[in-house]
Design a protein around this ligand. Structure first.
Ligand code: GRF
Length: 208
């Protein structure tokens, strides 16, 4: 597959360091795409400033202003579609998406998770991994389906867990990998030549 317009819509809730990594990758020519809009569900998210500094349109749409998840999601879909978004990138967006959203962008929503899925889904993944005592954790970029943190895996990066790590030091080491992994995964998805087999994201062999 692909084929997707190289127009990104990025959804955030906070810091926006992964958004910044995308902005930088585009500016440095490592990612051939354009971010047409950044949407936050939280006013004052630091990522909104990063977007504005890069000249990207921003919207704050609070989920609190809507009676249901589906109502909220349909507005997000409308705003993204009206800006020609081909690929939606979740970057620290702290909301579950309903089928209304997921089905509007089939195989065209990505998320980054700070653990090696399917281990440690959900919130506070770095702390979960640290507390479990795994020796390797990392970051996963996956396609978003209706199953939380459960869609086809595009790319993973492993990171060692050291004996003297704290959840914070582990999170910082993983974050460094996130910042190169996410733009690379976006590039892979936009470049096409992949398909979904069962739940596997499979790239076409370059040497058929
Ligand atoms: C990252 O750790 C990402 O993996 C997770 O949320 C965090 C977002 O950080 N989904 P930032 O807002 O991109 O700095």
């Amino acid at each position: 597959m692909s084929h997707l317009p190289r127009v990104l819509g990025v959804l955030i809730s906070g810091r926006g360091s992964n958004l910044q990594a995308m902005i930088d990758a585009i500016a440095e020519g490592r990612l051939d795409a354009r971010i047409s809009v950044v949407i936050s569900n939280r006013a004052g998210a630091a990522g909104l400033d990063r977007a504005r500094d890069a000249g990207i349109e921003t919207l704050t749409i609070s989920h609190r202003d809507f009676p249901s998840r589906e109502d909220y999601d349909s507005v997000l879909v409308r705003e993204l579609r009206s800006r020609g978004v081909g690929l939606v990138c979740l970057a620290g967006f702290m909301r579950l998406l309903s089928p209304v959203f997921v089905n509007a962008f089939p195989n065209a929503i990505l998320n980054i998770h700070p653990a090696l899925l399917p281990s440690f889904p959900g919130v506070d993944a770095q702390r979960q991994a640290w507390a479990h005592g795994v020796k390797i954790s990392g970051a996963t970029v996956h396609i978003v389906t209706c199953e939380l943190d459960g869609g086809p895996i595009v790319l993973q990066r492993g990171v060692p867990v050291l004996d003297d790590d704290t959840p914070d030091s582990l999170a910082a080491r993983i974050l460094v990998e996130e910042h190169t992994a996410y733009p690379e995964a976006i590039r892979i998805v936009l470049d096409g030549g992949w398909r979904i087999e069962e739940r596997r994201f499979v790239r076409q062999s370059r040497f058929p």
